[in-house]
Each structure stands twice: as C-alpha cells, then as structure tokens.
Design a protein around this ligand. Sequence first.
Ligand code: ARG
Length: 563
Amino acid sequence: MNLVETYADCIVQNLDGKLGKQEVIGLIEKPKYKEQGELAFPCFALAKILKKSPAQIANELAEEFNDPLFEEVVADGPYLNGFLNKDYVSEITLKNIIEEGEKYGSHTIGEGKKIVLDVSSPNIAKPFSMGHLRSTVIGNSLSTIAEKCGFQTVKINHIGDWGTQFGKLIAAYKYWGEEQKVRRNPIKELLDLYVRFHEEAEYKPKLEDEARKWFKNLEEGNEEALQLWKWFRDESLKEFEKIYQLLDVEFDSFHGEAFYNDKMVQTIDLISNRGLLKYSEGAEVVELSEYDLPPSLIRKSDGATLYATRDLTAAIYRYNKFQFDKAIYVVGQEQSIHFQQLFLVLEKMGYEWAKNMQHVSFGFILKEGKKMSTRKGKVVLLEEVIKEAIDLAEENIKTKNPQLENKREVAKMVGVGAIIFHDLKNHRKNNVEFSLDDMLRFEGSTGPYVQYTHARAKSILKKAEANEVMKSPQGISDEYGWQVVKQLMGFPDVVERSHFQNDPSHIAKYLLELCRDFNKYYGQIKILQEDDQLESRLALVKSVTIVLNGGLKLLGIKAPARM
Ligand code: ARG
C-alpha cells in the first residue's frame, strides 16, 4: 500500500490526462497540521492548464474522489486535503507489517545490482583510529541498508599495509625492537618504534637512508623484510579483529594496498599508453589542472608507487572482478581531494564506470571540541574505549534490572549500540562529540533509549502471552495509537531515503520519533485491558517491535529482548 500513489491515482482518474501521475505525485504534500489531513494536493499547476481557479478545481476533485483508504477528502481553498480512514488504514498497515515481519521496509530497487563499499581500512602497525571507527560503522550500515533495498554488496577492507613507512618500521625494529614485546602488545610497541624512529631521525639522518633501503628491500621481495612486514601485518590484523568482533562487523575482503603491488605496472602502462603520464618535478604524474586540482602522483623518481597508484589499481581490479553498478568509499572528508583526483584520472583513462564512484565522507570525532588524536603517546585505544562503554552499560543494567540473567551479553549490545547510534544519529558530515556518558543514557536521543523502548514493547507482548501471530487485528482509532501507525507506515520511505542519500541518520532519527510516539501511547493507553480492541493494540505493539528491531539492524545494532 502506497498512500501517495493511491491518492495520486484517484486524482489522475479525473484529469483526462491533463497531468500525469508522476507529476501529481511530485506535487502532493504532507500537511503540517492535523486539521489539514494526512495528504494535500495543491491545485495551482492544474489551474493554469485547465484555466479555472484552483479552488474550483479542488472542489470538483473533492466531489469525484472515491477510495476506501480515505474517510474524507475536502477542498480547503486551493488545496485538496485527504483524511485517511484511520480504522481501515491502520488495520491493513498492521496486518501488512505482521505478515511481512522482518521483510517490512524492504525494496526491490537494487535487484540484480551490485554495490562495492570500501570501508574501515585501518593502517597496520598503527592504532585503529576514531576515523576508522566512523568508516566501519557508517560503511557497515550503508551496506545493510543497500541490502534491504535489494542490492548485492561487497564490503572491502582496504587495509593500509604498504608504503615507505614500513621501511622506517623495519629499520626501527632492527635497531631497537624486541620480539616478545611486540608479541605481547603489538600495536603499542610498533607505534612506539615508529615514533622513536621519527624522534631520532631528526638528528641521525642515517636512519632515513636505512629506512629507504629497507623499503626497497621490501619492494624487491627480500626475505627478511617480507617476513617482518608479514608478521607486523598479522599481529595488527589480530588486534583489529578484536574490534571488529566487538562491533560485530564482517568483511567480504581484506585485500589491502599491498595486494595490488604486482598489478601496478599494468596501471602505469595504461596511463602512459593514453598519453596521460607527465614528468613533473622528478615524479610521474597525471595533470588535473583543467579541474583546478593538483596533479595526481603516480610514481616517484625512485620508482616507488603511491597511495593514488594503489587506489587506481584497486578500482580497476574491483571493476573487472565485480562489474559493480556503484562503488562507494567511506573515508574521512580530509581525503576529499584524493578521491576527486582518483575518479577524474579514471575518467581520463576512459573508464565509463568512473562516474558510478562516490566518496562518502564524514567529519571528525571530537573530545571536548578537539580532534581525538592517535599520535604521540596520546593514543586512545579504541578497544579500551569500547570495553569501557560495555562496563558502564553493565553498571546501568545492574541498577535498573538486577534480576536480568545474561547481563554481560546485554551490556555488550547496549554499550556497542550506544557508540554506533551516537555516531549515526547526526548527518555523517557533522563532527561528533565523543562522550560515553551522553551516549549511554537510557533517556534522550540515544541507542539505549531505542533498545529500551523495544524491550518494553517486547515485555508487553510477553505479559499478554501474545506470541501467536496476530493476523486479524482491527483498526486503531485513538489519537495516540494512530500517531504510532502513521510513523510505522513511514518506515519503507525512510529506508529508501537513507539509501539514496547514503545517510543512515534518517533511520536513527526516525527510530527516535517512533519511540517517542510509542512511549506516549504507552503512557496514555491501557494496552493490556481486556476488551475487543486488545488484539489490535497488541498488533500495534508487535509492529513496533518489528520496526524498531529492523531499524536498529540497519544501523548495525542489536536489540535485546530484555534489558
Ligand atoms: N588507510 C587509509 C587511511 O587510514 C584509508 C584508506 C581508504 N580507502 C581507500 N581506498 N583509499 O587513511
């Protein structure tokens, strides 16, 4: 059931083709005030075509209008206002949600199409940063939303595992490293080595030569260099895996930058064959001055390739492998020039599909207004932060619900859910202020609030022993219940909008509204009262659980049945 479409159909029927359905749909509005009904059609455009006054047209349309979904359709000046038949509409809405269950809100727009997402992509031997957290959380949600819209998705973790910094790291390890220390605490040890390298290189230039030598060794496949590199990579991935497990995120591929090493020559040949490769200040570049952009650096004078070369190669590889309909890169906004350059170089190389690539950028995570940094000792280890959130959630739960059995398990869902929700509730381009206390509150615009509302609804159903499917609810006509039904009806649209705008915050905000409407309903209406409306009210509650659970899932958050 699509109300706007039905409304448009009924209007179009009486227009003798003077205005098409799509145009009518484009004009239909949702009025601000209840007194104006649920849908309004302004008649100004028709007035010009029909050479009649808008008010007259509204009057005529109102007289002809006939559809059971609408209780009343009235002319209000130049507007045609439609009032839904609450009983009827809520009855079919609830039946539909309960029947569709988990599938409610799905779309078929993506059927047969593929989206490749570049997400997370931390750098080995470095801590997993707040930026990588945002990429992971936003990317995971966008992928789940795309799947809900029918797309097939491929999540690629483009691990940062290549580059001159590994020459420095190996050199530093050879000087000062201890195997046991690295094994015990890989990220911290490797980072310390890296920082020490930079400190000492300031007055010992020999170190830089040493680093260059090791990177060259690495690129040439020297056994020792490769072994160390691989070890650092493995240790780092083991650490990252702990974070992914806490966040409950999985990837389809871990091909990092190094994976493209042996494919790079071909890319450079392709660029060169197109006559695009130019020398500039000792390096080989692709000029982008016609776009007012700095040139894209392809190869340094010593033959070393760069971040951009690896991304070009990765893009071509991905297209050949997946023939994607769309490729998105979920990466911080500070890399926006890099992605503009990447897409333009691909276009210049003649790849039609470059226009189907998009940089989905996001802002910073701040602590007291300052960027949370992972450099120079000030490291905030993400794993610790997440564990702290879980501990705090556990304390909350202990006071709220001391009898709860699986407290730690629920605390994990709540603590992690709180972090994810806090990230996703604002538009991704906004900066996020990181405050565990704020995000863990059970009231307010938080993940725990949504989870708590869901658990409350679940417990009502449990109390009513309403587990048998409610297939024949009647309508809901009280004001509070109707408000909830109207929200529930909006879910499919919100999913679609989030997909097209690459913006999970629509879903997060929608869930908060639904929770507020439902909690008002819960405060005003005796849901479990034994009367002939009981089944309808339970169907409403059940529908709320379906949509809250489904919506949270799209954000990557679990909904415990009790908390
Ligand atoms: N490893 C990079 C960084 O931490 C992010 C990589 C993003 N993905 C890409 N295909 N460039 O800055």
